[in-house]
Write a protein of this length. Structure first.
Length: 236
């Protein structure tokens, strides 16, 4: 199956199972992607930091550096989309993955067809975000840096993860408008909403804390019970 939407996209696959890695490489190359393989977490992190990839597939249980630690270190420097693939697919590991900045999480075993659809969805959203101008600076000097996936106030960075940045940026675009949880999951977290999934609530909690830490007082992310969240301007 040849991908026509992103035929030249570069993918780094960090997977220590040689058979699965071989299948991933053959299938994704057949879809038109350029694929680089790594079977070690430390090597994968080095490649991710030194080269430009459009997307990274990463296992969690890796020799060298495990996938969650590698992702945490990567997020300090790069905002490249990361799709975690792991047999550790229970809720605590999914939450841990999204907390470290994963864009999606695909539990093993999975079909290559589903993997392809998820990859296409991530690349499509990234392409859309690059076309749409990002808010840069507001009247109260909250600065949005799309490349860094972070915001700053008076030179002090909040230290947002890419997922937190996308949530805040979406709320910022729709200030004083209540956004539903399903909408935020789809547009910011890039997956469907499930009632048991508390990761959005956790991201909002982190955003509130980090904005408070840098002294931002221009607005606050508020809960709209039974609906979702709103970024309310101060004094509104």
């Amino acid at each position: 199956m040849l991908s026509t939407a992103h035929p030249a996209a570069r993918i780094l696959a960090v997977e220590d199972d040689p058979l699965l890695a071989s299948h991933l490489q053959a299938y994704l190359q057949g879809c038109g992607y350029r694929v680089t393989l790594s079977r070690d977490g430390s090597e994968g992190l080095r490649l991710a930091e030194c080269e430009d990839f459009d997307l990274i597939l990463m296992d969690i249980l890796l020799p060298g550096t495990n996938g969650l630690d590698a992702l945490q270190q990567l997020r300090r420097r790069r905002g490249v989309p990361v799709l975690l693939i792991s047999a550790l697919g229970d809720e605590p590991h999914r939450i841990a993955g999204f907390s470290q900045g994963a864009d999606d999480f695909l539990p093993k075993p999975f079909s290559l067809g589903e993997l392809s659809v998820r990859i296409e969805a991530i690349l499509r959203r990234v392409a859309y975000e690059r076309r749409e101008p990002s808010p840069r600076e507001s009247a109260d000097a909250l600065w949005f840096d799309e490349d860094r996936c972070d915001v700053a106030l008076a030179g002090h960075w909040a230290g947002l993860t890419p997922s937190e940045y996308r949530v805040l940026e979406l709320l910022w675009r729709h200030r004083d408008e209540a956004l539903s949880k399903p909408f935020l999951y789809q547009q910011a977290l890039r997956r469907g909403y499930a009632q048991h999934d508390r990761s959005l609530d956790m991201h909002v909690s982190h955003i509130r804390r980090k904005l408070q830490t840098i002294g931002y007082q221009g607005g606050r992310v508020e809960t709209v019970w039974g609906r979702g969240y709103v970024l309310a301007r101060a004094g509104a």
